[in-house]
Design a protein around this ligand. Structure first.
Ligand code: CO
Length: 150
């Protein structure tokens, strides 16, 4: 059974806000049984990111770069912990248009670029039971054809 046979959107990654990326990488390497696939910075969001691939999903450890970073502010408010869940979509702008028609608050218009170089947008946690949700449009999903929910 491939992912394509399952209904709904694929979970792409779970992101965890950490206050010390090097220490968290050591801990998660032990927990997940694998080294990070990539450690990178994302200037769109002022974060350093360690990306682990484990099973079907990725785990991203996020460390804020400077006081203006949303991750730094998240940790100030909540402490380290679960930051967001990310689901793959075939057509990001179309998905966002559908959601905002339904009154769901979108953060970003689909023009932000995530840590892996693909377009992303976030759904405000107040509309999702308190969990920040990210959508990502990856090229292998775009290649499957446009999403049509109308
Ligand atoms: Co993410």
């Amino acid at each position: 059974m491939t992912d394509r046979d399952r209904p709904g959107r694929d979970l792409d990654h779970v992101a965890i806000a950490v206050d010390d990326l090097e220490r968290a990488i050591k801990r998660y390497t032990g927990l997940l049984g694998t080294e990070p696939e990539r450690i990178t910075t994302n200037s769109d969001f002022d974060v350093r990111v360690a990306i682990f691939r484990t099973g079907q999903v990725k785990i991203e450890l996020l460390e804020g770069m400077g006081p203006e970073s949303a991750v730094t502010r998240f940790i100030e408010k909540n402490g380290p912990g679960l930051h967001h869940l990310c689901f793959s979509v075939e057509n990001l702008k179309g998905t966002l248009a559908d959601l905002s028609r339904d009154g769901i608050e979108i953060i970003g218009g689909g023009d932000d670029i995530g840590a892996e170089g693909y377009p992303v947008a976030f759904i405000h946690p107040k509309g999702t039971g308190g969990v920040l949700i990210e959508f990502i449009e990856e090229p292998d999903h775009s290649a499957q054809g446009k999403e049509n929910r109308s």
